[in-house]
Ligand binder design. Structure first.
Ligand SMILES: [Fe+2]
Length: 478
């Protein structure tokens, strides 16, 4: 706070505590107005934070659409059969909503005469390329049997265990496909809500407890959200939600020799340290907390919300909602509802390894992999792309088209759109690990994607340097 600002406070009859003098207050006039309205004549740090957060709107709430409640299941064959049947029937229904005329089961197709026109919905059990003519050959199955499909157009990105529709001509015990259909998401029209600017921030992969955690940058973020940093403070005071999308802590024993890179060597201590930061976030901001593969819960997905035994300190946060990985919610402000699908993103690395053109894992590659998930209406379509808990209901099926689809895990950042749905990958708060160095992965550190609920505009702020600034890379126009 400079001398001019101090004099302005004095001349308005407000005395100032020494704790306030080092703050940079972006909008002093509105603070003075609030102090006068509340007849406060002494400004200390607590009063400043109360007034600052009190100025933001608090007409926000969270409606939970889908969050796994923690039921367990054994890896028995019958459980896997039920799990895949549930997935198949739910995604099949999505495809049937688009077109259900003339559909046949695979057993019916087997009985059709040669050269018949046929149409079916099936799960892909294997994908191969014929060595001579470079056709794509799919083994497919449904509840009635198995069959083969030949596709001459290799441009399709078809993955194992995807559920697709196929139409074509039966010939020599195979379908020669003319058309392949994916369940895909519905197009979301761009609608401007009749509310004031209201922001959602996306954080993930904080990795508290790691020696490589960028505590100085995270401290800068906490100060910014409290209005103590002038750059873009107009955004900070209108934040309604913070989405904390997994890997809150570095965990213990997640990878070989991890203990050498740990600052805090117990899980409770790591979560307590995180609480010291999150406890300072203004209480009018709702924080959505879900686990990732470094958190203290089982790694198989869906992962339940954080375990009280380890993360008890975080459960003291009155403004936090604890959710599973993945989850789907409506973020409500006034009469507006923003449908958010959040997934930590473990399967992204599988597809980056499986599909050579996405192997660099730069933001464009991650964006394309996120599109594959939406197109498949599944967060980990191929068996083996993540560890799965075979529950009677497949929580990784994308039942509803989200307004925002958020992931993390890759330590890169992007915001983009696909068919009107906003795609967000939040960055990380950890410098390059030895593991990342070995594989040439350079993380995007301390970047915060921000979406405005009002008009679905977005940007990414950078908290790594001394000043908070706009991070250009990865931003695309809606
Ligand atoms: Fe992760």
């Amino acid at each position: 706070m400079d001398e001019e600002q101090l004099n302005k406070l004095f001349s308005n009859g407000i005395l100032v505590d020494s704790s306030i003098k080092d703050l940079e207050i972006a909008d002093l006039d509105s603070i003075i107005t609030s102090l006068k309205e509340k007849k406060i004549t002494f400004l200390d740090l607590d009063t400043f934070h109360n007034i600052y957060s009190g100025e933001a709107y608090s007409d926000s709430s969270i409606e939970i659409i889908k969050s796994y409640d923690g039921e367990l299941s054994e890896s028995k064959p019958i459980n896997w059969v039920n799990y895949f049947n549930d997935r198949f029937s739910r995604i099949k229904n999505m495809l049937m909503l688009k077109d259900k005329s003339g559909l046949m089961s695979l057993s019916n197709i087997k009985n059709m005469p040669q050269s018949s026109e046929v149409k079916t919905i099936a799960m892909v059990s294997s994908v191969s390329i014929s060595p001579v003519k470079k056709y794509m050959i799919l083994d497919i199955d449904d509840n009635t049997g198995t069959y083969k499909t030949i596709i001459s157009d290799q441009n399709h990105e078809i993955l194992e265990d995807q559920v697709i529709s196929i139409s074509g001509r039966k010939y020599n015990d195979a379908i020669f496909s003319k058309n392949i259909g994916f369940p895909d998401i519905q197009i979301k029209d761009k609608v401007t809500q009749e509310i004031d600017d209201s922001f959602i921030l996306f954080l993930s992969d904080i990795h508290v407890g790691s020696k490589l955690f960028v505590g100085d940058a995270f401290e800068r973020f906490i100060k910014w959200i409290n209005g103590e940093i002038p750059e873009y403070s107009s955004i900070a005071k209108l934040v309604k939600f913070i989405v904390l999308n997994g890997d809150l802590i570095d965990g213990i024993g997640v990878y070989p020799n991890q203990e050498k890179e740990l600052d805090i060597k117990d899980l409770k201590g790591q979560y307590s340290k995180l609480y010291e930061y999150l406890g300072r976030i203004p209480k009018n901001i709702k924080i959505l907390i879900s686990p990732g593969n470094h958190d203290a819960t089982h790694i198989a997905e869906p992962q339940p919300k954080l375990d009280h035994n380890f993360a008890d300190s975080l459960y003291k946060l009155k403004n936090a909602t604890f959710l599973s990985n993945p989850y789907q919610v409506n973020l409500c402000v006034g009469k507006s509802k923003t449908n958010l699908l959040a997934y930590h993103g473990f399967s992204i690395t599988y597809y980056a390894n499986k599909i050579p053109k996405y192997s660099k894992m730069d933001p464009d590659d991650i964006e394309n992999i996120m599109k594959i998930m939406l197109k498949s209406r599944h967060l980990a379509p191929s068996h083996g792309s993540t560890q799965i808990l075979p529950l009677p209901k497949d929580y990784l099926v994308i039942d509803e088209t989200p307004d925002i689809f958020a992931t993390g895990h890759i330590h890169k950042t992007l915001v983009s759109t696909y068919k009107g749905t906003i795609l967000v990958n939040s960055s990380c708060w950890q410098r390059q690990t030895s593991y990342q160095k070995k594989y040439g992965m350079v993380p995007d550190i301390a970047k915060v994607p921000i979406v405005n609920i009002r008009d679905k505009s977005f940007q990414i702020l950078d908290f790594l340097g001394d000043k908070v600034q706009i991070y250009k890379k990865g931003i695309k126009e809606v």
